[in-house]
Design a protein around this ligand. Structure first.
Ligand code: ADP
Length: 190
């Protein structure tokens, strides 16, 4: 049972690779960003409470995001999972470790996908043209998300480095090249 965290700045390619890796290794895939967007588009109370944060490019509150993941794990605990966009703060990582321990599980690896900032902005603006995501359309919001990533998220690497679970791959190159690099890291965990 493998639990893999795909880690990196907005636009690094986590979502694309997570879908392919989940299929190859027969794992579930949870993108907290997607769960949040779905709550918002369905107009739920939870969605309404998060809308403002997302549109400004800020993080949703830890307590809400952790509850979403806890909920997901209740019905998806028969095999491992690729976590995409979570945990995004040290507080989330700490609660996540406890949550997994409670169900007799653990994180196996966090894999950082390294992509330079200018490339990130370019990719997100391109994606924004057809994704319809409002937070992908404005360069100001994109830069803010990258800033938030630097200020609050990058440090989560330290948390898993301390547990000897942190790995890095080059996120530049073709999708297949990056996929193969990620696969090598995952194969080494089995
Ligand atoms: P990206 O990685 O391109 O920013 P995501 O779909 O992962 O796209 O996330 C979109 C937005 O959803 C984030 O900017 C943030 O506001 C919110 N979000 C997603 N995951 C989390 C999380 N774990 N904690 C807090 N906010 C989150």
């Amino acid at each position: 049972m493998l639990n893999i965290i795909l880690f990196g700045a907005p636009g690094c390619g986590k979502g694309t690779q997570a879908v392919r890796l989940a299929e190859k290794y027969d794992l579930y895939h949870i993108s907290t960003g997607e769960v949040i967007r779905s709550e918002i588009s369905r107009g739920t109370e939870l969605g309404k409470s998060m809308e403002g944060y997302i549109s400004r490019g800020e993080l949703a509150p830890d307590s809400i995001v952790v509850e979403m993941v806890r909920d997901y794990m209740r019905s998806h605990n028969d095999k491992g999972c690729i976590f995409d966009g979570f945990p995004r703060t040290t507080a989330q990582a700490e609660i996540f470790d406890t949550l997994l321990a409670e169900i007799g599980s653990k994180v196996d690896a966090m894999i950082f996908m390294d992509v330079p900032e200018e490339e990130l902005v370019k990719r997100i603006l391109l994606r924004g043209k057809d994704s319809g995501r409002a937070d992908d359309a404005s360069e100001d919001v994109i830069r803010n998300r990258i800033e938030v990533y630097r200020a609050q998220t990058a440090i989560v690497a330290d948390h898993y480095t301390k547990q000897n679970k942190y790995f890095e791959v080059n996120g530049l190159g073709t999708m297949d090249e990056v996929f193969n690099r990620l696969s090598e890291v995952i194969d080494a965990q089995k």
